[in-house]
Design a protein around this ligand. Structure first.
Ligand SMILES: C[S@@+](CC[C@H](N)C(=O)[O-])C[C@H]1O[C@@H](n2cnc3c(N)ncnc32)[C@H](O)[C@@H]1O
Length: 313
């Protein structure tokens, strides 16, 4: 990624790849971070010669991909590499408006580190804007590690301006996505931003005022519904850490081997919350029959809190 072979030229890109220890592993980890997601259509930012899109397509056969890159030559190589896959290419900068969403998935490998910090944050906000609810952003890139001994990928400090993983997790959260680290090794990291479903977002937004108001009924109902959704989203492997517990940590070793959550569709989340409402109404009816009116009233009130969020406005 330094002088010599050109990271933007397909003729010399193999030489660039050879300079990046763990290039293949990074592509594999980006693709691995897309599992659990139904990706019918995805966007690859800084698609280059198509290595990232190919790795993702391996996991999501038949998905339609939009390849974005400022270099038409790189995109031409990518289209050849992708063969019969349903691919559209867009010659544009990462600073430009993104192709129209919604996308189930936005991926980017080894491209965003070409943007300065503020431009990265602005890009993440635009990515959040084109993601479908329940969609995911997977960013695999060079980062500034805590320990300078972990700088193993050549960067020139001019065209290559990586940022610390912790900063990027903050910008992903500021964009309204739930950030986590899927994989990290030395100066490479795969960061994930999940776009909450509208209902999940409403549940989360309602919790903080309920806590402030010490509304025990609402807090109990909301916590229970959020936990039910979180449990359903947990995959067999230990869940990936949320950024809150990650930002202050070193990149090295963070998240290694951790798998992202299985992202539920809006319909699945609605079904879980509806079941929470129904369970409470049934239990309230049982209490009512048993003459336990206080317990019945409390469960009915909890059900009402959740039912109001199921059908807002
Ligand atoms: C190192 S290559 C990575 C390609 C591919 N994702 C991979 O991992 O092999 C970086 C790519 O980002 C593109 N790129 C760099 N800066 C860009 C920008 N500001 N806007 C759009 N594309 C850019 C380059 O043209 C190049 O194809």
């Amino acid at each position: 990624m330094t002088d010599g072979p050109d990271a933007f030229d397909p003729a010399t890109y193999d030489e660039v790849v050879a300079e990046i220890p763990d290039y293949e592993r990074l592509q594999a980890e980006v693709a691995a971070a897309t599992t659990g997601l139904r990706a019918g259509r995805f966007l690859d930012l800084g698609a280059g010669t198509g290595a990232t899109a190919l790795a993702v397509l391996d996991r999501h056969p038949g998905a339609a991909v939009v390849l974005l890159d400022e270099s038409e030559a790189m995109l031409a190589a990518a289209r050849t590499a992708l063969g019969a896959a349903e691919a559209t290419s867009v010659v544009a900068g990462l600073e430009d408006p993104l192709p129209a969403g919604p996308f189930d998935l936005v991926v980017s490998a080894l491209a965003v580190h070409h943007l300065a910090g503020r431009a990265k944050a602005e890009l993440f906000a635009r990515v959040a804007g084109v993601l479908a609810p329940g969609g995911r952003f997977v960013l695999g890139d060079i980062v500034v590690p805590d320990d300078p001994a972990d700088v193993v990928t050549p960067v020139d400090g001019v065209v290559d301006v990586p940022s610390p993983a912790a900063d990027q997790l903050t910008w992903i959260e500021e964009a309204g996505l739930t950030a986590s680290v899927a994989w990290a090794h030395r100066d490479l990291a795969v960061l994930v931003g999940d776009k909450p479903s509208p209902l999940y977002a409403r549940l989360r937004e309602a919790l903080s005022p309920a806590l402030k108001a010490r509304d025990r009924v609402a807090v109990a109902a909301l916590r229970s519904a959020l936990a039910a959704v979180d449990n359903a989203q947990a995959v067999d492997a230990p869940p990936a850490p949320r950024s809150g517990g990650v930002v202050a940590g070193a990149v090295t070793g963070l998240g290694a081997g951790e798998a992202p959550r299985r992202e539920l569709s809006e319909g699945e989340i609605v079904a879980i919350v509806r079941a929470e409402v129904d369970d409470r109404r049934e239990a309230a009816a049982d209490y009512e029959r048993a003459g336990k009116t206080d317990a019945a009233g409390r469960l009915t009130a909890e059900a009402d809190v959740l039912a109001a969020l199921l059908a807002p406005g």
